[in-house]
Design a protein around this ligand. Structure first.
Ligand SMILES: C[S@@+](CC[C@H](N)C(=O)[O-])C[C@H]1O[C@@H](n2cnc3c(N)ncnc32)[C@H](O)[C@@H]1O
Length: 197
């Protein structure tokens, strides 16, 4: 049941390098849209003093996540939750930090709205919301590979597509998150690190 995503194998360490300084030493890290579960598994191996809560609305994804946890014997990873970011209520009410990797462009905008609202609800003051993925940015030429990816996503589902970073930031700020740190990542992706005000 374990899945392997080639992109996750490539980006998990660069993501961890950016994310780790923004995590508490101890506490609970919620991952929204965990997919195969390889990010949570990698982070949990590297940071054994933290507890990780993976999640995904997709049943097969949850099976993959839990399979990685069992196979690697990760005592600091909880069973995957069925969490739909767009839902009004989530099956978890507190988290010290939240990470969401590669969901915003490949789900309807309502998922991003729900994700930001959920982060504002769950996070403590100064808690981190970490987002990773491709965006379009005002005043920055979009890489041809990202333009092609955007066209492909919209052909698959008109509600998907690369989001303007500024719209995600405005939504976050309207919900009580501070202006993010923006870090350029390999393969024309961005890390956005928000803190709850
Ligand atoms: C491209 S995959 C990314 C998986 C993983 N984070 C990674 O980077 O390898 C997108 C994931 O978003 C999940 N997803 C889609 N809509 C969602 C929603 N409304 N709430 C939470 N997860 C969602 C999908 O089930 C899928 O696992």
């Amino acid at each position: 049941m374990r899945r392997q995503a080639p992109a996750a194998a490539r980006n998990r360490q660069p993501i961890l390098d950016v994310l780790e300084p923004h995590l508490p030493k101890r506490g609970l890290v919620l991952e929204v849209a965990s997919g195969s579960g390889e990010h949570t598994a990698h982070f949990a191996q590297a940071l054994p003093d933290l507890t990780f809560q993976p999640s995904d609305p997709d049943e097969n994804a949850r099976a993959s996540i839990d399979d990685w946890t069992t196979t690697l014997g990760l005592a600091n990873v909880r069973l995957a939750l069925a969490l739909d970011a767009a839902a009004e209520t989530w099956p978890i009410t507190e988290a010290d930090a939240i990470a969401c990797i590669n969901m915003i462009h490949i789900s309807p905008w309502a998922s991003t709205v729900g994700l930001i609202r959920g982060a504002a609800r769950l996070l403590p003051k100064s808690g981190t919301l970490y987002l990773y993925g491709p965006y379009v940015r005002a005043g920055v030429e979009t890489a041809p590979s990202n333009l092609a990816f955007d066209r492909d996503l919209r052909a698959r589902n008109p509600a998907w597509g690369l989001r303007p970073m500024e719209e995600v930031v405005a939504l976050a700020q309207a919900n009580g998150l501070a202006a993010p740190l923006v870090i350029e990542m390999p393969a024309n992706n961005l890390s956005l690190v928000f803190k709850r005000n």
